[in-house]
Write a protein that binds this ligand. Structure first.
Ligand SMILES: *[C@@H]1O[C@H](CO)[C@@H](O)[C@H](O)[C@H]1NC(C)=O
Ligand SMILES: *[C@@H]1O[C@H](CO)[C@@H](O)[C@H](O)[C@H]1NC(C)=O
Ligand SMILES: *[C@@H]1O[C@H](CO)[C@@H](O)[C@H](O)[C@H]1NC(C)=O
Ligand SMILES: *[C@@H]1O[C@H](CO)[C@@H](O)[C@H](O)[C@H]1NC(C)=O
Ligand SMILES: *[C@@H]1O[C@H](CO)[C@@H](O)[C@H](O)[C@H]1NC(C)=O
Ligand SMILES: *[C@@H]1O[C@H](CO)[C@@H](O)[C@H](O)[C@H]1NC(C)=O
Ligand SMILES: *[C@@H]1O[C@H](CO)[C@@H](O)[C@H](O)[C@H]1NC(C)=O
Ligand SMILES: *[C@@H]1O[C@H](CO)[C@@H](O)[C@H](O)[C@H]1NC(C)=O
Ligand SMILES: *[C@@H]1O[C@H](CO)[C@@H](O)[C@H](O)[C@H]1NC(C)=O
Ligand SMILES: *[C@@H]1O[C@H](CO)[C@@H](O)[C@H](O)[C@H]1NC(C)=O
Length: 821
């Protein structure tokens, strides 16, 4: 299937090139002096990587000259550069791109020059040509010059929203100007949008700005290896960033180690800098990294009087009583126009009855001024001032806003939010949002009702209920807890707050949020996980959670219920009496004997088989490590945190953050930008088996440079037929079965093979550990081979230069990686 498709694609491309060659009557990658390009004609780079021609953004009838990827079959094509961003043309057949007086220019329908390379005529080129190169660079040079000579003009020096590998993003010390990566205005308008990224030459940091001035994100300074505020870059083995500086310019440039990975950086219309890689298997761009991490951190994303909400899509909405300034822009995700009042206030003419909308925001909008007076006077001041749009009374100070309200993030769930009152026409306000006192009252009513109801239930129906709930093993909490989707319970936030004594007994933390111990009303003990930064709306969250709820297996921690109230998203799990595996292995809680360790290895394998093969959709855990293996009262292992990667969405940066701080369980493919499969879990499982045998972290082992990296040692002992029991945790005093230890060690070595295909599936692992299958002698994992042969110094673990403590990761150095692939 795939083959025929790409074959026919190549054929079409060849045909297209052929017809193009005729039209342009010369090299298909060049526009020379006597030629012009119009209509559907395009030029194609030598190896058919990029194509240049007219394209239409969205379904408007506006055309632009652009460069797009040929091998990326996205729909619409992925545009990497645009010439005439601000001035479109409508009839591409009557427009021309051609060389005039040594410049490449675009003429519109009436032969008017609407875009030009603008090279000053002093650099007169006898016969200029424009060539599209395979890296996506369009260069203008003398036809007689060879490709080594610098171009007179190149598109790489005039980036639009994309920063391609090989291009610079520079500061020019001669013109004192930074090259900007600027967002499109909307998905359908390549014009210059409000968000930009640029290099600060003094601090060597990249800065994201709104409207050329307001900063909202910075990468932190370059320390020679990474940008200081982008620690996840330490896990980057896709890009080779390098910094150059001379008297004329300073710049960063980057390349991609693996030539088969198609990758780009963009300043997205959302104001986020994004790093994307093309996944041919799914035919989509995979978001690999983005900053700022949450959408609402982008300054003024939703425009004036627009409000950003991290939970639920779309992120932007207009404040109550306001509507988008331009509906069509708004629906194309161009929020920059912001919102306007539904009813104009007709200030001074006393036509409209005025009122104030009360909202709670994360932080007050900028550009307020201070007025004198009490809260009441503040209200009156704003009411009587035509120019006043809003007021707030904080810390005994009256603040008023005359201009637009920007950068609003509504935050109704958080008591620390700040209250601001926005002036609107009375008739545009629903009753409930008018009076702040009204709000408070109703809150109290709810609380009382909940407590009261709980009390009644307990006192009157106590005995009966206890019996019923015991039987069904369903947790009862105070209030309006109800059942959804079979066995899952939907909890009320306040009840969980009570159950966990206001989240006071912390059991642990993790990439997705902290876990607290709680006691439900029926005295059953639970673990409550408070999720952080879930960008999903409540409905989607519920449906994802109910999917996780259906995943039940004796070796998986059971999800009992959840809570989704506004920004509060919590998951309620069974409590595990014996804590997590790492506490026993590394923190000396209780030494586990060999039989227990073997059963734990087998149990985890069974749990993973279930996740990988038995569920409706294959679930990749993505973060298998001892911290995520919980032990019940009988030391039966249960995998925790499965399915959560899905909850937090496809945002890879979140995953990068999660694995940051997790030592040495990462499969190499995590770092290479290709799609991750269930075999990534197999790798992590293998790394964990070594630790189960040894009772020490693989990572810590290697910190002492004289003792060999444990997986390498195991590999060596197996190969040489050495003393197997010497590998076992010394606390066990060699009390272990040689056969089982040898079996586990072999399995572990198979699991950590570099090539995914060489690693066994979890069901094969299960069968081997059950004794149904035999296991062959594993090949020494490639990265380990290098270590054992000692021909090359391989960095398995690199310590964080700044924090020094816990951030350690596994990988071979890029040099050895690129030579071996
Ligand atoms: C694109 O065109 C379709 C059909 O002509 C129309 O329904 C849709 O609204 C258009 N989309 C935009 C964003 O204008
Ligand atoms: C070509 O551009 C000029 C200048 O912008 C403009 O006045 C003219 O109307 C354009 N021609 C067409 C056919 O759009
Ligand atoms: C070219 O120069 C003219 C005048 O100097 C300017 O108006 C125009 O914007 C420039 N065009 C480009 C593409 O830089
Ligand atoms: C951006 O800044 C310019 C002045 O530099 C200002 O005229 C314009 O209104 C600003 N845009 C927005 C959306 O505030
Ligand atoms: C990274 O890029 C720099 C500059 O282009 C180059 O000198 C260096 O060899 C590259 N490193 C690797 C490992 O490819
Ligand atoms: C930038 O240019 C100025 C002169 O304009 C020069 O004094 C300075 O040294 C240059 N900066 C660097 C980093 O070379
Ligand atoms: C800086 O620019 C000058 C003139 O444009 C040139 O002669 C010199 O070689 C450049 N220096 C570097 C390091 O590129
Ligand atoms: C914009 O809002 C975000 C989120 O509320 C906040 O973190 C940031 O400090 C605000 N920026 C300014 C300049 O007020
Ligand atoms: C806010 O105030 C600053 C400084 O007073 C000014 O530069 C900026 O343009 C103002 N922004 C808006 C949106 O009014
Ligand atoms: C409320 O906001 C503060 C600061 O923004 C934050 O530290 C706190 O965790 C938030 N509380 C809740 C319940 O979300």
């Amino acid at each position: 299937m795939c083959f025929t498709k790409s074959n026919s694609l190549v054929r079409i491309l060849v045909l297209l090139c052929f017809s193009r060659t005729i039209n342009l009557s010369s090299g298909a990658n060049t526009i020379s002096a006597s030629q012009s390009l119009s209509g559907d004609q395009t030029i194609v780079s030598k190896d058919e990587v990029f194509e240049l021609g007219f394209f239409k953004a969205g379904n408007s009838s506006k055309y632009y000259i652009g460069i797009w990827y040929i091998k990326v079959s996205s729909n619409p094509p992925t545009i990497a550069w645009v010439a005439n961003r601000e001035t479109s043309i409508s009839d591409r057949f009557r427009s021309e791109l051609k060389i005039i007086d040594g410049n490449l220019v675009l003429l519109n329908e009436s032969k008017f020059q609407i875009w030009s390379t603008n090279v000053s005529t002093t650099t007169t080129l006898k016969s200029a040509i424009a060539v599209l190169l395979d890296d996506g660079n369009l260069v203008l040079r003398d036809s007689g010059s060879n490709s080594v000579e610098p171009a007179v003009w190149q598109s790489f020096d005039h980036p639009t929203h994309t920063w391609l590998p090989g291009a610079k993003l520079a500061y020019d010390n001669r013109t004192k100007k930074s090259q900007l990566l600027t967002s499109w205005r909307s998905k359908e308008d390549p014009g210059v949008g409000l968000f930009s990224l640029e290099l600060d030459p003094i601090t060597t940091e990249y800065i994201s700005k709104w409207n050329g001035s307001q900063r909202y994100w910075t990468s932190g300074a370059w320390n020679g290896k990474i940008f200081e505020l982008v620690p996840e870059m330490r896990l980057n083995y896709i890009y080779n960033f390098s910094y150059q500086k001379n008297e004329n310019e300073s710049y960063f440039t980057y390349s991609v180690y693996n030539p088969f990975i198609i990758s780009r950086f963009i300043m997205d219309v959302s104001g986020q800098v994004q790093q994307l890689t093309w996944l041919e298997a799914t035919k989509e761009w995979n978001l690999f990294w983005s900053q700022p991490r949450t959408q609402c951190e982008v300054y003024a994303l939703c425009g004036a009087f627009g409000s950003c909400s991290q939970s639920g899509l779309p992120f932007c909405s207009c404040l109550t009583g306001f509507k988008p300034r331009s509906e069509s822009d708004w629906y194309q995700s161009d929020f920059s126009g912001g919102c306007v009042r539904k009813t104009d206030l007709q200030c001074g003419r006393n036509v409209e009855k005025l009122d104030f909308l009360t909202i709670k925001v994360k932080s007050l909008p900028p550009n307020q001024s201070v007025a004198v007076g009490s809260a009441g006077e503040c209200h009156t001041t704003c009411l009587n001032s035509c120019s006043c749009n809003a007021y707030s009374f904080v810390d005994n100070q009256c603040l008023v806003w005359d201009g637009d309200l920007l950068n609003l993030s509504e935050d109704n769930d958080n008591d620390s939010g700040k209250t601001i009152f926005v002036k609107v026409a009375s008739k545009d306000l629903p009753l409930s949002s008018k009076d702040p006192l009204h709000h408070k009252k109703s809150n109290w009513v709810t609380v009382c009702a909940v407590v009261g109801f709980g009390g009644v239930v307990v006192f009157v129906l106590g005995v009966i209920l206890v019996l019923i709930y015991r039987k069904k093993r369903i947790s009862l909490s105070v209030g309006k807890t109800r059942m959804v989707e079979g066995s899952l319970v939907s909890f009320v936030y306040k009840d969980l707050q009570i159950a966990t004594k206001n989240f006071s007994d912390k059991l642990g933390g993790g990439g997705f949020g902290s876990v607290f111990k709680g006691v439900l009303h029926d005295s059953s003990i639970v673990a409550v996980k408070k999720l952080e930064s879930i960008s999903q709306g409540e409905k989607q969250f519920r449906s994802e959670v109910s999917t996780i709820g259906t995943i039940q297996h004796v070796n998986l921690v059971r999800l009992r219920g959840f809570c989704a109230q506004g920004n509060n998203k919590l998951l309620v799990y069974d409590y595990m009496a014996n804590s997590s595996l790492d506490t026993h292995l590394f923190h000396g809680k209780q030494v586990l004997n060999w039989e227990t360790r073997y059963q734990i290895a087998l149990g985890i394998a069974r749990g993973l088989v279930y996740l990988h093969e038995k569920c409706r959709d294959c679930i990749i855990h993505c973060d298998i490590k001892p911290e995520n293996i919980l032990l019940d009262a009988e030391f039966c292992p249960k995998i925790a945190d499965f399915g959560l990667a899905k909850l937090v969405g496809r945002d890879f940066s979140r995953v990068l953050t999660t694995i940051r701080g997790t030592r040495g369980y990462l499969a190499p493919e995590w770092l290479s930008g290709v799609a991750v499969t269930a075999k990534a879990d197999v790798f992590s499982y293998g790394m964990m088996l070594f630790e189960l045998v040894n009772g020490k972290r693989n990572a810590e082992q290697s910190e002492d440079s004289r003792s060999p990296f444990f997986p390498c040692l195991v590999s060596n002992v197996l190969k040489m037929g050495g003393d197997i029991l010497s590998l076992v945790d010394s606390r066990l005093n060699r009390e272990a079965s040689v056969e089982e230890v040898s079996k586990i060690c072999k399995v572990a070595c198979w699991c950590i093979q570099d090539e995914e295909d060489s690693r066994p599936s979890m069901s094969l692992v299960e069968q081997i550990l059950e004794g149904v299958m035999d296991v062959n002698m594993p090949p020494i994992p490639r990265s380990v081979t290098l270590f054992v042969d000692n021909t090359e110094r391989v960095v398995f673990f690199t310590e964080s230069p700044s924090k020094g403590s816990s951030e350690v990761y596994i990988s071979c150095s890029p040099q050895s990686k690129s030579t071996s692939s």
